[in-house]
Write a new protein. Structure first.
Length: 243
Protein backbone atom coordinates (compact mmCIF):
# COMPACT_ATOMS: atom_id res chain seq x y z
CA UNK A 1 0.00 0.00 0.00
CA UNK A 2 3.01 2.28 0.43
CA UNK A 3 4.00 2.67 -3.18
CA UNK A 4 0.68 4.01 -4.52
CA UNK A 5 0.82 6.64 -1.77
CA UNK A 6 4.29 7.71 -2.81
CA UNK A 7 3.24 7.68 -6.42
CA UNK A 8 0.24 9.84 -5.58
CA UNK A 9 2.38 12.29 -3.65
CA UNK A 10 4.90 12.49 -6.46
CA UNK A 11 2.15 13.05 -9.00
CA UNK A 12 0.52 15.52 -6.70
CA UNK A 13 3.54 17.77 -6.39
CA UNK A 14 4.28 17.40 -10.09
CA UNK A 15 0.80 18.40 -11.15
CA UNK A 16 0.59 21.27 -8.69
CA UNK A 17 3.76 22.64 -10.25
CA UNK A 18 2.16 22.39 -13.68
CA UNK A 19 -1.36 23.53 -12.95
CA UNK A 20 -2.93 24.38 -9.64
CA UNK A 21 -6.61 23.99 -8.90
CA UNK A 22 -8.96 26.32 -10.72
CA UNK A 23 -9.82 29.58 -9.05
CA UNK A 24 -12.84 28.70 -6.93
CA UNK A 25 -15.96 29.69 -8.78
CA UNK A 26 -17.89 32.23 -6.82
CA UNK A 27 -21.12 31.93 -8.68
CA UNK A 28 -22.12 28.31 -8.02
CA UNK A 29 -25.39 28.06 -6.31
CA UNK A 30 -25.70 31.78 -5.79
CA UNK A 31 -25.05 32.84 -9.36
CA UNK A 32 -28.16 33.59 -11.31
CA UNK A 33 -27.18 31.34 -14.19
CA UNK A 34 -26.30 28.34 -12.09
CA UNK A 35 -28.58 25.37 -12.51
CA UNK A 36 -28.10 22.65 -9.91
CA UNK A 37 -27.01 19.50 -11.67
CA UNK A 38 -27.56 20.64 -15.25
CA UNK A 39 -27.42 17.55 -17.46
CA UNK A 40 -24.76 18.67 -19.87
CA UNK A 41 -21.10 18.44 -20.81
CA UNK A 42 -18.75 15.66 -19.79
CA UNK A 43 -21.00 14.60 -16.95
CA UNK A 44 -23.84 13.53 -19.19
CA UNK A 45 -21.37 11.73 -21.42
CA UNK A 46 -20.05 9.62 -18.55
CA UNK A 47 -23.55 9.04 -17.19
CA UNK A 48 -24.63 7.59 -20.51
CA UNK A 49 -21.79 5.05 -20.66
CA UNK A 50 -22.18 1.62 -19.18
CA UNK A 51 -19.45 1.31 -16.58
CA UNK A 52 -17.26 -1.79 -16.57
CA UNK A 53 -16.39 -2.42 -12.92
CA UNK A 54 -13.59 -4.86 -13.78
CA UNK A 55 -11.85 -2.35 -16.02
CA UNK A 56 -12.45 0.32 -13.36
CA UNK A 57 -10.34 -1.52 -10.81
CA UNK A 58 -7.16 -0.44 -12.54
CA UNK A 59 -8.23 3.16 -12.85
CA UNK A 60 -9.11 3.17 -9.17
CA UNK A 61 -5.59 2.25 -8.09
CA UNK A 62 -4.40 5.84 -7.93
CA UNK A 63 -7.51 6.87 -6.00
CA UNK A 64 -6.81 4.14 -3.48
CA UNK A 65 -3.65 5.96 -2.42
CA UNK A 66 -5.86 8.41 -0.55
CA UNK A 67 -9.27 6.73 -0.35
CA UNK A 68 -7.62 3.32 0.37
CA UNK A 69 -7.95 0.24 -1.82
CA UNK A 70 -11.10 -0.75 0.09
CA UNK A 71 -12.67 2.66 -0.58
CA UNK A 72 -12.92 3.18 3.17
CA UNK A 73 -11.15 6.54 3.32
CA UNK A 74 -9.73 7.56 6.70
CA UNK A 75 -11.53 7.44 10.01
CA UNK A 76 -10.18 10.92 10.80
CA UNK A 77 -12.29 12.21 7.91
CA UNK A 78 -9.46 13.64 5.81
CA UNK A 79 -10.40 11.31 2.95
CA UNK A 80 -14.05 10.35 2.59
CA UNK A 81 -15.36 6.85 2.32
CA UNK A 82 -16.29 6.19 -1.30
CA UNK A 83 -17.21 2.48 -1.19
CA UNK A 84 -20.81 1.83 -2.17
CA UNK A 85 -21.47 5.36 -3.40
CA UNK A 86 -23.90 5.66 -6.34
CA UNK A 87 -22.23 5.98 -9.75
CA UNK A 88 -24.39 9.01 -10.50
CA UNK A 89 -23.13 10.80 -7.37
CA UNK A 90 -19.49 9.89 -8.07
CA UNK A 91 -19.68 11.19 -11.63
CA UNK A 92 -21.43 14.41 -10.60
CA UNK A 93 -18.99 15.12 -7.79
CA UNK A 94 -15.95 14.45 -9.99
CA UNK A 95 -17.30 16.80 -12.67
CA UNK A 96 -18.08 19.47 -10.05
CA UNK A 97 -14.64 19.19 -8.44
CA UNK A 98 -13.08 19.65 -11.85
CA UNK A 99 -15.31 22.64 -12.52
CA UNK A 100 -14.16 24.35 -9.31
CA UNK A 101 -17.52 24.06 -7.58
CA UNK A 102 -16.07 22.21 -4.61
CA UNK A 103 -12.81 23.24 -2.99
CA UNK A 104 -10.65 20.17 -3.17
CA UNK A 105 -7.10 21.22 -4.00
CA UNK A 106 -5.72 17.90 -2.68
CA UNK A 107 -7.58 15.85 -5.19
CA UNK A 108 -7.89 18.29 -8.04
CA UNK A 109 -4.79 17.06 -9.95
CA UNK A 110 -6.27 13.55 -9.99
CA UNK A 111 -9.79 14.60 -10.84
CA UNK A 112 -8.30 16.61 -13.66
CA UNK A 113 -6.67 13.51 -15.16
CA UNK A 114 -9.81 11.40 -15.18
CA UNK A 115 -11.60 13.07 -18.07
CA UNK A 116 -12.25 10.09 -20.31
CA UNK A 117 -16.00 9.46 -20.00
CA UNK A 118 -15.70 5.69 -20.30
CA UNK A 119 -12.92 5.50 -17.74
CA UNK A 120 -14.86 7.65 -15.30
CA UNK A 121 -17.89 5.41 -15.76
CA UNK A 122 -15.70 2.34 -15.17
CA UNK A 123 -14.04 3.64 -12.01
CA UNK A 124 -17.43 4.71 -10.66
CA UNK A 125 -18.91 1.29 -11.37
CA UNK A 126 -16.02 -0.31 -9.50
CA UNK A 127 -16.42 1.96 -6.45
CA UNK A 128 -20.19 1.45 -6.30
CA UNK A 129 -19.73 -2.31 -6.00
CA UNK A 130 -17.36 -2.12 -3.01
CA UNK A 131 -18.97 -3.03 0.32
CA UNK A 132 -19.33 -0.22 2.84
CA UNK A 133 -16.78 -0.57 5.65
CA UNK A 134 -18.25 -1.00 9.12
CA UNK A 135 -15.35 0.43 11.10
CA UNK A 136 -15.66 4.04 10.00
CA UNK A 137 -15.17 7.13 12.18
CA UNK A 138 -18.10 7.81 14.48
CA UNK A 139 -18.95 10.52 16.99
CA UNK A 140 -16.93 9.97 20.15
CA UNK A 141 -17.76 13.09 22.12
CA UNK A 142 -19.73 13.40 25.33
CA UNK A 143 -23.21 11.89 25.65
CA UNK A 144 -23.00 10.13 22.32
CA UNK A 145 -26.35 8.38 22.68
CA UNK A 146 -28.19 11.59 23.57
CA UNK A 147 -26.52 13.56 20.79
CA UNK A 148 -27.31 10.88 18.24
CA UNK A 149 -30.94 10.86 19.40
CA UNK A 150 -31.18 14.62 18.89
CA UNK A 151 -29.63 14.26 15.46
CA UNK A 152 -32.10 11.55 14.54
CA UNK A 153 -35.01 13.84 15.25
CA UNK A 154 -33.66 16.52 12.93
CA UNK A 155 -32.66 14.02 10.27
CA UNK A 156 -36.05 12.38 10.09
CA UNK A 157 -37.75 15.74 9.70
CA UNK A 158 -35.40 17.36 7.22
CA UNK A 159 -33.11 14.89 5.50
CA UNK A 160 -34.71 11.47 5.35
CA UNK A 161 -36.86 12.43 2.43
CA UNK A 162 -33.75 12.70 0.25
CA UNK A 163 -31.03 10.64 1.96
CA UNK A 164 -33.32 7.79 3.08
CA UNK A 165 -34.04 6.13 6.43
CA UNK A 166 -30.76 4.17 6.34
CA UNK A 167 -28.64 6.81 4.61
CA UNK A 168 -29.02 5.08 1.26
CA UNK A 169 -29.55 8.23 -0.83
CA UNK A 170 -31.18 7.95 -4.23
CA UNK A 171 -29.19 6.89 -7.27
CA UNK A 172 -31.62 8.27 -9.84
CA UNK A 173 -31.72 11.68 -8.17
CA UNK A 174 -27.98 12.05 -7.44
CA UNK A 175 -28.56 11.99 -3.67
CA UNK A 176 -25.48 10.51 -1.98
CA UNK A 177 -25.21 7.47 0.26
CA UNK A 178 -24.17 8.76 3.68
CA UNK A 179 -24.27 5.46 5.60
CA UNK A 180 -20.81 4.45 6.76
CA UNK A 181 -19.36 7.92 6.17
CA UNK A 182 -16.84 9.27 8.67
CA UNK A 183 -18.16 11.62 11.32
CA UNK A 184 -15.46 14.22 10.82
CA UNK A 185 -15.90 14.29 7.07
CA UNK A 186 -19.66 14.67 7.52
CA UNK A 187 -19.22 17.53 9.96
CA UNK A 188 -16.83 19.27 7.57
CA UNK A 189 -19.23 18.90 4.65
CA UNK A 190 -22.21 20.08 6.70
CA UNK A 191 -20.23 23.17 7.71
CA UNK A 192 -19.12 23.84 4.13
CA UNK A 193 -22.67 23.48 2.88
CA UNK A 194 -24.03 25.82 5.56
CA UNK A 195 -21.34 28.42 4.99
CA UNK A 196 -21.62 28.35 1.21
CA UNK A 197 -18.27 26.72 0.41
CA UNK A 198 -19.69 23.68 -1.29
CA UNK A 199 -21.09 25.49 -4.23
CA UNK A 200 -22.54 22.51 -6.05
CA UNK A 201 -24.96 21.58 -3.29
CA UNK A 202 -28.64 21.04 -3.85
CA UNK A 203 -30.51 24.32 -3.22
CA UNK A 204 -33.31 22.66 -1.25
CA UNK A 205 -30.74 21.11 1.06
CA UNK A 206 -28.96 24.44 1.55
CA UNK A 207 -32.23 26.04 2.65
CA UNK A 208 -32.61 23.40 5.34
CA UNK A 209 -29.01 23.56 6.60
CA UNK A 210 -28.39 27.33 6.45
CA UNK A 211 -30.02 28.13 9.81
CA UNK A 212 -28.27 25.30 11.70
CA UNK A 213 -26.16 26.16 14.74
CA UNK A 214 -22.77 24.49 15.26
CA UNK A 215 -24.36 22.23 17.87
CA UNK A 216 -27.00 21.13 15.41
CA UNK A 217 -24.33 20.33 12.82
CA UNK A 218 -22.60 18.16 15.42
CA UNK A 219 -25.69 16.16 16.38
CA UNK A 220 -26.85 15.65 12.82
CA UNK A 221 -23.38 14.47 11.78
CA UNK A 222 -23.26 12.15 14.78
CA UNK A 223 -26.54 10.60 13.70
CA UNK A 224 -25.53 10.24 10.06
CA UNK A 225 -22.33 8.46 11.08
CA UNK A 226 -24.44 5.97 13.03
CA UNK A 227 -26.44 4.86 9.98
CA UNK A 228 -25.94 1.58 8.19
CA UNK A 229 -27.49 0.08 5.08
CA UNK A 230 -28.67 -3.51 5.42
CA UNK A 231 -27.08 -5.71 2.78
CA UNK A 232 -24.52 -3.14 1.62
CA UNK A 233 -22.14 -3.16 4.59
CA UNK A 234 -18.95 -5.24 4.71
CA UNK A 235 -18.94 -8.22 7.02
CA UNK A 236 -17.18 -7.34 10.27
CA UNK A 237 -13.92 -9.27 10.43
CA UNK A 238 -13.68 -11.45 13.50
CA UNK A 239 -10.58 -10.28 15.34
CA UNK A 240 -9.96 -7.83 12.52
CA UNK A 241 -8.20 -4.51 12.54
CA UNK A 242 -9.09 -1.99 15.19
CA UNK A 243 -9.70 1.60 14.12
C1 LIG B 1 -4.29 13.04 -2.95
C2 LIG B 1 -5.42 12.41 -2.31
C3 LIG B 1 -6.61 12.03 -3.18
C4 LIG B 1 -6.59 11.25 -4.32
C5 LIG B 1 -5.40 10.60 -5.00
C6 LIG B 1 -7.98 11.12 -4.74
N1 LIG B 1 -8.79 11.79 -3.87
FE1 LIG B 1 -10.82 11.88 -3.95
N2 LIG B 1 -10.86 13.13 -2.35
C7 LIG B 1 -9.76 13.55 -1.63
C8 LIG B 1 -10.17 14.46 -0.58
C9 LIG B 1 -9.28 15.16 0.42
C10 LIG B 1 -11.59 14.57 -0.69
C11 LIG B 1 -12.53 15.36 0.21
C12 LIG B 1 -12.52 16.81 -0.10
C13 LIG B 1 -13.49 17.58 0.74
O1 LIG B 1 -13.37 17.57 1.97
O2 LIG B 1 -14.41 18.19 0.16
C14 LIG B 1 -11.98 13.73 -1.82
C15 LIG B 1 -13.28 13.59 -2.27
C16 LIG B 1 -13.67 12.76 -3.30
C17 LIG B 1 -15.03 12.60 -3.76
C18 LIG B 1 -16.26 13.26 -3.18
C19 LIG B 1 -16.83 12.32 -2.16
C20 LIG B 1 -18.19 12.65 -1.68
O3 LIG B 1 -18.66 11.90 -0.82
O4 LIG B 1 -18.78 13.62 -2.14
C21 LIG B 1 -15.02 11.70 -4.78
C22 LIG B 1 -16.20 11.19 -5.58
C23 LIG B 1 -13.65 11.29 -4.97
N3 LIG B 1 -12.85 11.96 -4.05
C24 LIG B 1 -13.23 10.38 -5.92
C25 LIG B 1 -11.89 10.13 -6.22
C26 LIG B 1 -11.47 9.33 -7.34
C27 LIG B 1 -12.40 8.59 -8.30
C28 LIG B 1 -10.10 9.35 -7.35
C29 LIG B 1 -9.16 8.70 -8.34
C30 LIG B 1 -9.28 9.16 -9.71
C31 LIG B 1 -9.68 10.17 -6.21
N4 LIG B 1 -10.80 10.62 -5.56
C32 LIG B 1 -8.37 10.41 -5.86
C33 LIG B 1 -8.44 13.15 -1.87
C34 LIG B 1 -8.01 12.36 -2.92
C1 LIG C 1 -33.64 17.88 -1.66
C2 LIG C 1 -32.86 16.74 -1.29
C3 LIG C 1 -31.90 16.87 -0.12
C4 LIG C 1 -32.20 17.23 1.18
C5 LIG C 1 -33.54 17.67 1.76
C6 LIG C 1 -30.97 17.07 1.91
N1 LIG C 1 -29.95 16.67 1.08
FE1 LIG C 1 -28.04 16.32 1.60
N2 LIG C 1 -27.49 16.11 -0.35
C7 LIG C 1 -28.37 16.17 -1.40
C8 LIG C 1 -27.59 16.14 -2.63
C9 LIG C 1 -28.14 16.16 -4.04
C10 LIG C 1 -26.23 16.08 -2.25
C11 LIG C 1 -24.99 16.04 -3.14
C12 LIG C 1 -24.44 17.42 -3.26
C13 LIG C 1 -24.75 17.99 -4.57
O1 LIG C 1 -23.98 17.77 -5.50
O2 LIG C 1 -25.80 18.66 -4.68
C14 LIG C 1 -26.20 16.07 -0.80
C15 LIG C 1 -25.04 15.98 -0.06
C16 LIG C 1 -25.02 15.84 1.30
C17 LIG C 1 -23.84 15.57 2.08
C18 LIG C 1 -22.44 15.40 1.56
C19 LIG C 1 -22.22 13.94 1.27
C20 LIG C 1 -20.86 13.63 0.73
O3 LIG C 1 -20.61 12.45 0.48
O4 LIG C 1 -20.03 14.52 0.55
C21 LIG C 1 -24.23 15.45 3.38
C22 LIG C 1 -23.36 15.13 4.56
C23 LIG C 1 -25.68 15.68 3.41
N3 LIG C 1 -26.12 15.91 2.14
C24 LIG C 1 -26.44 15.68 4.54
C25 LIG C 1 -27.76 16.15 4.60
C26 LIG C 1 -28.47 16.41 5.83
C27 LIG C 1 -27.94 16.15 7.20
C28 LIG C 1 -29.71 16.89 5.47
C29 LIG C 1 -30.81 17.38 6.38
C30 LIG C 1 -30.46 18.43 7.30
C31 LIG C 1 -29.76 16.91 4.02
N4 LIG C 1 -28.56 16.47 3.54
C32 LIG C 1 -30.86 17.29 3.26
C33 LIG C 1 -29.76 16.22 -1.32
C34 LIG C 1 -30.49 16.56 -0.18
Amino acid sequence: MKSPILLALALLSASIALAGPPAPKKEGIEGKDYKWNAQEGEKIEALQKKGDAKAGKEGYEICGACHLPSGAGRTDGTFPQLAGQHTTVLIKQMADIRAGLRDNPTMYPFAKELTDAQELANVSAYIEKLCIPVDHGVYEGKDAAAQIAKGKELYEKQCKECHGANGEGDKAKFYPVIAGQHYKYLLRQMTEIRDGHRRNANPDMIKVIKPYTNDQLVVISAYQASLSMPGAMCKPKAGGKKK
